[in-house]
Design a protein around this ligand. Structure first.
Ligand SMILES: [Zn+2]
Ligand SMILES: [Zn+2]
Length: 184
């Protein structure tokens, strides 16, 4: 597993650009978290790292393409990733009462102290940015009809025979007499 652990001491004051294009950066957590997501165009991040104040400014772009299940019908939804990000990572404070090597716990941070040296976990940061780039409700097509709530048929491939089905003229008369049911 590539780590992309970058010591802040190795970044010159004018900054440094790092390309993260090792597929394992994303494929390992995808497997680990059992996520239904296939990479179809390799993911690639380019991040510029600029030391500033008590941390590091990370600006970058993430691109690629993946296939995830459609939110409505569970068929393939193609998602183009074109995500720009900018985040400031802070160096954790050294604990006062410890032996000088322990850092204050901060799970959200991607900079940790390794033997007193601040180290940026760029792979972890790129994974988080990938998660942020994924749509909350991916769709196979903008007007996906989804699955019938009664029989589970994929309504994109044709109507089912359930009474509630739209577009069946034989049921139009029945629908007119339908008793209104309260919203759940
Ligand atoms: Zn769909
Ligand atoms: Zn149905």
């Amino acid at each position: 597993m590539p780590t992309f652990h970058i010591s802040l001491n190795d970044i010159p004051p004018e900054g440094r650009t790092v390309v993260v294009d090792d597929p394992l950066v994303w494929e390992q957590p995808l497997t680990e978290f059992h996520m239904e997501c296939r990479v179809v165009t390799p993911l690639r991040a380019e991040a510029s790292l600029l030391p500033a104040g008590d941390g590091c400014l990370v600006r970058g772009a993430l691109s690629g393409a993946v296939i995830v299940p459609c939110d409505r019908c569970a068929e393939d939804a193609h998602v183009l990733i074109d995500h720009h990000f900018e985040t400031f990572e802070t160096v954790p404070e050294q604990s006062k009462d410890g032996d000088g090597n322990e850092a204050v716990e901060n799970d959200a941070a991607y900079i940790t102290l390794e033997q007193g040296v601040p180290v940026l976990d760029l792979a972890g940061l790129c994974w988080e940015e990938f998660m942020l780039a994924l749509p909350v409700k991916p769709l196979c097509q903008p007007n996906c009809k989804g699955l019938c709530a009664s029989c589970g048929v994929n309504l994109n491939t044709g109507a089912c025979t359930c009474p509630e089905a739209e577009g069946d003229p034989r049921l139009a008369a029945l629908r007119a007499f339908k008793v209104k049911t309260p919203d759940h």
